[in-house]
Design a protein around this ligand. Structure first.
Ligand code: FPP
Length: 232
């Protein structure tokens, strides 16, 4: 969800205002996913690197998270959304952590949309925590190091209960993954747009979905193989 700061700067307003507009765009995007029947949406709300931003901006973002959790969780539950957070929670305030836990508990049986908020998350952190989990199991004698393959590592990562994502969208003009779901993006279709996140709406999502629909996903196979499989 990149471009909040520039969106505010273009309006000669503080960056925090851009983040507030970004939270509104996140809500619109959740609505649009529910309407389109998309089963899972993962939003990168705060990276581990974002703690390095000026204290004032980090403080404004924490206020925004707190308010959004207070305001939105019951409504998400009413709409059948399962809410989860991935990342290292320890650095968030007790208030925020308590609201995250409440949102997860309240919505855990919902299945209409799996909404994951990545907060204090990074793809490398995820890989490191998965490695620690597997190392612990090996030390306890519950897992042989020789048995560690892709399935075992994948199952120790965040989001291991969901299929890999099909489509990655980055707004704001940069063409980087920026330490998002590094493992899970192996075969994901990447979509980059210059649109700043606060301007990302249902029509923008439709453009991304149309672009996705036009991609040929070969997963290492040839076009001819795919054509003969779909004919049979
Ligand atoms: C990146 O834009 C955005 C962030 C670091 C924060 C994202 C947070 C939100 C959209 C609001 C909260 C969302 C939820 C789900 C509660 P940037 O600040 O790097 O923009 P810039 O590149 O224009 O400076």
């Amino acid at each position: 969800m990149d471009g909040n700061g520039r969106w505010a700067k273009m309006r000669h307003r503080p960056r925090s205002l851009g983040h507030r507009a970004g939270a509104r765009a996140a809500n619109l995007c959740i609505d649009a996913c529910l309407e389109a029947g998309i089963p899972a949406l993962t939003l990168f709300a705060f990276s581990r690197e974002n703690w390095q931003r000026p204290d004032e901006e980090v403080g404004a973002l924490m206020q925004l998270f707190l308010r959004a959790l207070d305001r939105e969780v019951d409504e998400l539950h009413r709409r059948g959304v399962r809410l989860r957070f991935i990342g290292e929670r320890g650095a968030f305030s007790a208030d925020i952590r308590a609201r995250m836990a409440r949102g997860e508990t309240l919505t855990r049986a919902n299945t209409r949309l799996h909404l994951t908020i990545a907060a204090d998350y990074s793809g490398r952190w995820d890989l490191a925590q998965a490695a620690r989990t597997l190392a612990r199991r090996a030390l306890e004698g519950r897992l042989s190091p020789d048995a560690i393959g892709e399935a075992e590592l994948g199952s120790a990562l965040a989001l291991s209960d969901l299929p890999d994502p099909d489509l990655f969208i980055r707004t704001g003009g940069d063409t980087r993954i920026s330490n998002f779901l590094l493992w899970q993006l192996a075969y994901c279709e990447l979509y980059f747009t210059d649109t700043l996140w606060p301007d990302f709406d249902a029509a923008q999502l439709r453009l991304a979905l149309d672009a996705f629909a036009s991609r040929e996903r070969r997963f290492g196979r040839t076009s001819d193989q795919l054509a003969s499989e779909s004919a049979s």
